[in-house]
Design a protein around this ligand. Structure first.
Ligand code: HEM
Length: 344
C-alpha cells in the first residue's frame, strides 16, 4: 500500500515535471535507443568538413534557418513535391542553403544503426554543434538536449516571414529576434556566425554603393570586383578568407591579416565590423544602436566570452519549439514526410 502511494506520488511528480517542460528535450535522449548516435554524427560532419570546408558554415546556417521557422523541426529540409511545391527551402531568403546531403548521409547511417529512432531535427542540431566545434578548433562547444520531432508542414511563406533579411534596419532586426524571444545581445552574439561562410552578391548588392562611413572603400572595391566575376557569385563573408590576389589588388593594407586556413569561427566578425569591413547591411546595422554597438565592442575585445556566449545562444536556438499542437514524427528520409514516396 505504502509503495503504491509512493509510486503514485512519483508518477504525479513526473507528470507535473513533464507538463512544466512541454518540449521534453533532454540530454542523453537516445542513450538507450541509439547509443553512440553522437559519434555517428560527429564522424560524418568531420569527414564532410575535411572534404569541403564550406559544408561547415552551411551546417551552422542550417540550424538557424530551421529553428527560426516553426521551431527546430527539420521543416527546412523538406523538398518541394507536386502536392507542396513551395517548401521553405524554395524561399528566396533561403538562397544558398546547403549541406542537405550531409544530413542525408547521417540519417542513412543512423537508420541502419537504429531504424526509425533519431529525428532529422536532432541531426540538424547536433551537426551544427559539431560543425561549429570543428570550425572553431573546439572553442565553441556545447551539449544540446535531444528529443525533437520532425514537422510535417513546410511553407516558403513562413520562412520569408520569420527569417531576418540582410536589408533589415537595426529596428527590424531587433524586432525579428524579439519575436523569437531573443535579446539584442543574442542578436549580436549569433550574428558572429558570419565569421565563416559565403554570401551571394545579390545579398549585399546595395552595399556596393554605400558611403565610406558604412563600408571601407577599399573593401567595397574588392567586393565590386568580385561581384563582376559572374551573374551572382558568392564571396567569403570574412575578408580574411579572400583570395590573396584580389586583396593585393584592391585592399593591400589587409594582406597581413589573411589566413591560410579559411573559415575559422572566432570573434573576427566583430573586429571586421568595427573596421567597416563586413558584407551584409544587417551586420553593419549592429553599429547603429547603442546597446548592440556596446556588445559588438565587448565581443571584439573578448574572444573567449564570445565562444561561450555563442555556444549558449546556439543551445537556446536549438530549443525553439514547434507551434502548439503541431504533429511530429520521426522521418525515414529527411527530405520527405513519412507516407510519401521518395524520389531520387
Ligand atoms: C541577424 C540576422 C541575419 C541575417 C540578416 C543573415 C543573413 C545572411 C545572408 C544574406 C547570408 C548569405 C546567403 C547567400 O547569399 O548565400 C548569410 C549567410 C550565413 N549566415 Fe546569416 N544572417 C543572420 C543571422 C545568422 C545567424 C543567427 C546565423 C547562425 C547562428 C547565421 C549563419 C550564417 C552562416 C554560417 C552563413 C554562411 C553560410 C554558408 O556559407 O553556406 N546567420 N546570412
Amino acid at each position: 500500500m505504502k509503495v503504491s502511494v509512493a509510486a503514485a506520488a512519483a508518477a504525479l511528480l513526473l507528470l507535473l515535471l513533464s507538463a512544466a517542460d512541454a518540449s521534453e528535450l533532454k540530454l542523453g535522449y537516445y542513450a538507450k535507443t541509439c547509443r553512440g548516435w553522437e559519434n555517428v554524427v560527429k564522424d560524418h560532419v568531420a569527414k564532410a568538413v575535411r572534404a569541403n570546408r564550406a559544408s561547415g558554415a552551411a551546417l551552422v546556417r542550417l540550424i538557424f534557418h530551421d529553428c527560426f521557422v516553426r521551431g527546430c523541426d527539420a521543416s527546412v529540409l523538406l523538398d518541394p513535391t507536386p502536392a507542396n511545391p513551395h517548401t521553405e527551402k524554395t524561399a528566396p531568403i533561403n538562397i544558398g542553403l546547403a549541406a542537405f546531403e550531409v544530413i542525408d548521409d547521417i540519417k542513412a547511417a543512423l537508420e541502419e544503426r537504429c531504424p526509425g529512432t533519431v529525428s532529422c531535427s536532432d541531426i540538424v542540431v547536433l551537426a551544427a554543434r559539431d560543425a561549429s566545434s570543428i570550425l572553431s578548433n573546439g572553442h565553441v562547444h556545447f551539449d544540446p538536449p535531444a528529443g525533437r520531432l520532425d514537422g510535417k508542414v513546410s511553407r516558403a511563406a513562413d520562412a520569408q516571414r520569420d527569417l531576418p533579411d540582410s536589408t533589415f534596419t537595426i529596428a527590424e532586426l531587433i524586432r525579428n529576434f524579439r519575436s523569437k524571444n531573443f535579446t539584442v545581445e543574442e542578436l549580436v552574439i549569433l550574428s558572429g556566425a558570419h565569421a565563416v561562410g559565403v554570401g551571394h552578391c545579390s545579398s549585399f548588392r546595395a552595399r556596393l554603393t554605400s558611403p565610406p562611413s558604412q563600408i571601407v572603400p577599399a573593401y567595397r572595391n574588392l567586393l565590386t570586383g568580385r561581384c563582376a566575376e559572374g551573374p551572382d557569385p558568392v564571396v567569403p563573408n570574412n575578408v580574411r578568407d579572400e583570395d590573396p590576389r584580389a586583396v593585393a589588388a584592391a585592399f593591400p593594407s589587409f594582406l597581413k591579416k589573411l589566413r591560410r586556413s579559411g573559415d575559422f569561427l572566432d570573434n573576427s566578425y566583430y573586429h571586421n565590423n568595427l573596421a567597416r569591413i563586413v558584407t551584409f547591411n544587417s551586420d553593419w546595422q549592429l553599429l547603429t544602436e547603442k546597446e548592440a554597438l556596446g556588445h559588438v565592442k565587448e565581443y571584439a575585445e573578448n574572444g573567449t566570452l564570445w565562444d561561450e556566449d555563442f555556444s549558449e545562444a546556439l543551445v537556446k536556438l536549438s530549443k525553439l519549439p514547434m507551434p502548439p499542437r503541431s504533429k511530429g514524427e520521426i522521418r525515414s528520409h529527411c527530405r520527405v514526410v513519412n507516407g510519401h514516396h521518395h524520389h531520387h
